[in-house]
Design a protein around this ligand. Sequence first.
Ligand code: FES
Length: 95
Amino acid sequence: MHVFICTNDRTQTADHRPSCGPTITPEMVKEIKLWIRSQGLTNEIYCTKASCLGFCNPEGGVMCIWPQGKFIKGLTSVEEIKNIIQQEAEEAGLI
Ligand code: FES
């Protein structure tokens, strides 16, 4: 399973469209990667920091789960993302 998490941040640019950053930061993705490693799931779950995934929204960040092809938006915390990854991994029979 491959999880892509958008950290694109437009707040310091002239582009006023909503963006995942700074709500979701590269440091948060790093924390999630360390959590995946701590669970012993580095061969089952790949996690990659991504730029815009095309579902920008004012409620929060966006992640994509592959190969399920799911896009989840409105993310605001590491715990929320961990819970989604855990649930998807369980449904995929990885854990
Ligand atoms: S900025 Fe994150 S999906 Fe567009």
